[in-house]
Design a protein around this ligand. Structure first.
Ligand code: ADP
Ligand code: MG
Ligand code: MG
Length: 251
């Protein structure tokens, strides 16, 4: 579903290269974990995948369902089913979360050639998904992410993901700032989205999340490249020994 080949990407503003020859393949149905020390380029990779304009691809390619997406902008990529749950969700004052969800869901439906949701259908879907994520409906009347706690923001991201039914889900450090109960709720929400025709990329600094979202593959990102790939045992090894051994081996 996702094939990243020798990807090089730099910050548009000053030309600093952050992604430096990255290779990664994620199949449909797979949950891939990306781990790596702070500053290794994990968030940058997620932005480049979603087409954020602050970054430029200078070499290599990103194939999604076999086709290059480099020429597609942010909204085209979103419409094609690529979704990013942000490490730092943005606050949108003046837009009620419910309203935001309705517009986003209808945009997605339009892109798929489906009819707009009726209001009762929309509310039923939101109630169901919010219930599973233990999100209070009152919270959804508030402006998106404004004044939400860290945990509420992360749950709101997963709610959007559940409602938009993307094909490629990218979660950037969704576990950071969550206590153990919130972590379990978020993990359950992600696990509920596992499906043979969907790929999920979980970016995390810590192994803890992977106790609850058990990955099919684990990849270590360092200085903008994947320096090691393995199975879930690799995450346990990193937890125990840190990144130093793998970084040394790669050097
Ligand atoms: P990670 O998510 O693995 O912690 P990031 O992708 O956030 O890493 O950052 C990788 C490196 O690129 C860091 O050194 C960071 O400071 C730098 N970086 C990323 N984006 C920008 C930007 N827009 N402006 C300046 N530096 C950036
Ligand atoms: Mg970071
Ligand atoms: Mg990051």
């Amino acid at each position: 579903m996702l094939e990243i080949k020798n990807l090089h990407a730099r910050i548009a503003e000053d030309g600093t290269e952050i992604i430096r020859g990255l290779n990664l393949t994620v199949k449909a149905g797979e949950v891939a974990a990306i781990m790596g020390p702070n500053g290794s380029g994990k968030s940058t990779l997620s932005y480049v995948l979603t087409g954020r304009e602050d970054y430029e691809v200078t070499e290599g390619d990103i194939l999604y369902n076999g086709e290059s997406i480099l020429d597609m902008d942010v909204s085209e990529r979103a419409a094609s089913g690529i979704f990013l749950a942000f490490q730092y969700p943005v606050e949108i004052p003046g837009v009620a979360t419910m309203q935001f969800l309705k517009v986003a869901m209808n945009e997605q439906r339009k892109a798929r050639g489906e009819d707009e949701l009726s209001t009762p259908d929309f509310i039923r879907k939101v109630k169901e998904a919010a219930g599973e994520l233990k999100i209070d409906m009152d919270m959804l009347k508030r402006p998106l992410n404004v004044g939400f706690s860290g945990g509420e923001k992360k749950r709101a991201e997963i709610l959007q993901m559940a409602l938009l039914e993307p094909s490629l889900c990218i979660l950037d450090e969704t576990d950071s700032g969550l206590d153990i109960d919130a972590l379990k709720i978020v993990a359950d929400g992600v696990n509920a989205l596992r499906s043979p025709d969907r790929a999920i990329v979980v970016i995390t600094h810590y192994q803890r999340l992977l106790d609850y979202i058990v990955p099919d593959s684990v990849h270590v990102l360092y200085k903008g490249r994947v320096i090691e790939s393995g199975q879930k045992e690799l995450a346990l090894e990193l937890e125990k020994n840190g990144y130093a051994n793998i970084i040394e081996k790669a050097a």
